[in-house]
Design a protein around this ligand. Structure first.
Ligand code: SAH
Length: 484
């Protein structure tokens, strides 16, 4: 077993560092070293123009010619960045003899120090190493971490370092100080910084320091987050970050397992799927759960499929929170119409075929009489119909009665953006028969309009659109359902 590397962050300000090589890698290394305040010396027979310019400006020192061990004189560190393995090894050997740490780019064996992959947010740096053996893994981890922290982390670090002396005076005892930090970090200050309200954050910190109530529970909050249609890649970065900070996640049944996997491991997941016919009681129960957990000081995420403000009752939930005086925020999500259209190859607007888009819900039981069918039946417009699998006969009749051509194309997208996605296409005249023929199940989104025909040519995700009953795949459970 090899021993693990010992991590350290080096203060290079004013210290000489040698870079051997004059190409693109040397340029990148020199730039990073300059940023860290090092006195950079670049040794090579020839320099890239950018390096030559820095040398002319005196930003770096240029040692011309082939590597000589004397180049290491006064250097604290060296980076060998030539494309000649023998030269790089010579630098490493000379470094070893003089006790100068040497990194040989892309050669772990020869290196006495490694440069980690890193995520930077102001003064905060997260450095990642795989021990050198799997740099791609380190890079991947870095990308993941990049999505989790936004720029406000740097502001937070600046604020805390400005206040460091004052915090220590106030809380000389380390355990007490740590609890104070926990409260500050889970309180409103990080959110204020995220919203760019630096002065308010500073004031809030001042108040927290003087007015700290160690026994008071932290203030809870609720974030109403749109999870998008199912593909976890369609969540927003902000949604992901909020999910990572959540103590409690109240999610709809529509939220995919892929998205739920992104939640913090120790977060409490509560499914609040609604059962048909039981809407109102459960909606009240959802309100109760939000209030209960937020009042207990928890960071609650109310996670909804698609976007929380599109047929998601998000407005009602926020009204409850506003009345109760609980802090909330809203993170939008990609709504089913937008996602399903994209994943089925149906542009929702099109210069020739559709100048407007209407989002409607086909919960027709309640709304047949209130919907403006005249407007919905207009030509050159796209209708995106949510919750529609059961009311399709009525929808077809009403649209045709009000003047929409029976030949208008439709695309019905089941499980849009998910691996199981199916797209059924046809014309308005046989919409309901097709949907039944293919046993389309919820969640499905219906697009009616000339643009729907483009799915034939523009589909790119999953299987080609189903145009005819003959190609309906009969899986064992749909066959069972048909027989039952
Ligand atoms: N707030 C959600 C909509 C909730 S209503 C949003 O913005 O998308 C639930 C309806 O959304 C479903 O009945 C279905 O019509 C549609 N829907 C949601 N996710 C879907 C998906 N992955 N594929 C197809 N339709 C979907």
């Amino acid at each position: 077993m090899t021993s693990p590397l010992f991590p350290l962050f080096a203060d290079l300000r004013g210290r000489t560092v040698l870079v051997v090589g004059g190409g693109a890698v040397a340029l990148r290394k020199a730039a990073a070293l300059l940023e860290a305040g090092a006195r950079v010396r670049v040794g090579a027979p020839q320099l890239l123009p950018a390096l030559a310019e820095w040398a002319a400006q005196g930003r770096i020192e240029h040692l011309s010619g082939h590597f000589q061990p004397e180049w290491l004189d006064q250097a604290w560190l060296a980076i060998a960045a030539t494309d000649d393995g023998a030269v790089n090894r010579a630098v490493a050997e000379a470094g070893e003899a003089r006790r100068v740490w040497v990194n040989v780019v892309d050669d772990l064996e020869a290196s006495s120090f490694h440069v980690p992959a890193r995520v930077e947010r102001g003064p905060v740096q997260i450095a990642i190493s795989s021990g050198g053996g799997a740099p791609m893994l380190a890079r991947h981890l870095r990308e993941t971490l990049e999505t989790q922290f936004d720029e406000s982390l740097g502001e937070l670090a600046r604020l805390l370092s400005r206040e460091r002396a004052r915090i220590r005076r106030h809380y000389p005892d380390m355990a007490v100080r740590r609890r104070f930090f926990d409260r500050v970090l889970s309180g409103p200050i990080p959110s204020l910084l995220r919203e760019g309200r630096l002065d308010e954050a500073q004031r809030a910190f001042g108040v927290a320091l003087i007015d700290d109530k160690p026994d008071a529970p932290p203030a809870g909050s609720v974030a109403l987050v749109g999870a998008g249609p199912g593909d976890a890649g369609l969540m927003t970065l902000r949604g992901l970050r909020v999910l990572n900070e959540a103590d409690v996640i109240l999610h709809d049944r529509l939220v995919s397992a892929d998205v739920l996997r992104l939640a913090r491991r120790d977060a409490e997941l509560i499914e609040v799927g609604k059962q048909a016919g039981n809407h109102h009681t459960t909606q009240d129960r959802i309100h109760e759960l939000m209030l209960e957990h937020a009042r207990a000081g928890k960071r609650v995420v109310r996670l909804k499929g698609g976007d929380p403000f599109v047929f998601g009752r998000g407005g009602e939930e926020l009204e409850v929170l506003a009345d109760a005086g609980i802090a909330f925020e809203v993170v939008p999500g990609i709504t089913a119409a937008v996602a399903c259209a994209a994943y089925a190859g149906v542009p929702l607007t099109h210069r020739e075929h559709a100048q407007s888009l209407r989002l409607v819900t086909a919960h027709l039981k309640d709304s047949t009489d209130t919907l403006d069918w005249q407007a919905l039946a207009q030509e050159k417009q796209t209708l995106a119909v949510y919750m529609g699998v059961s009311g399709l006969d009525l929808l077809r009749d009403k649209l045709i009665q009000h003047g929409r051509a029976a030949s208008t194309p439709f695309a019905l997208i089941e499980n849009g953006s998910r691996r199981e996605q199916r797209v059924v296409t046809g014309t308005l005249a046989d919409l309901a028969e097709r949907a039944r023929g293919h046993q389309v199940q919820s969640p499905a989104l219906l697009i009616v309009g000339e643009v729907a025909a483009l799915a034939q040519r523009l589909h790119w995700f999953g299987d080609a659109p189903l145009t005819d009953f003959a190609d309906a795949p009969i899986s064992s459970d749909t066959a069972f359902a048909a027989a039952a």
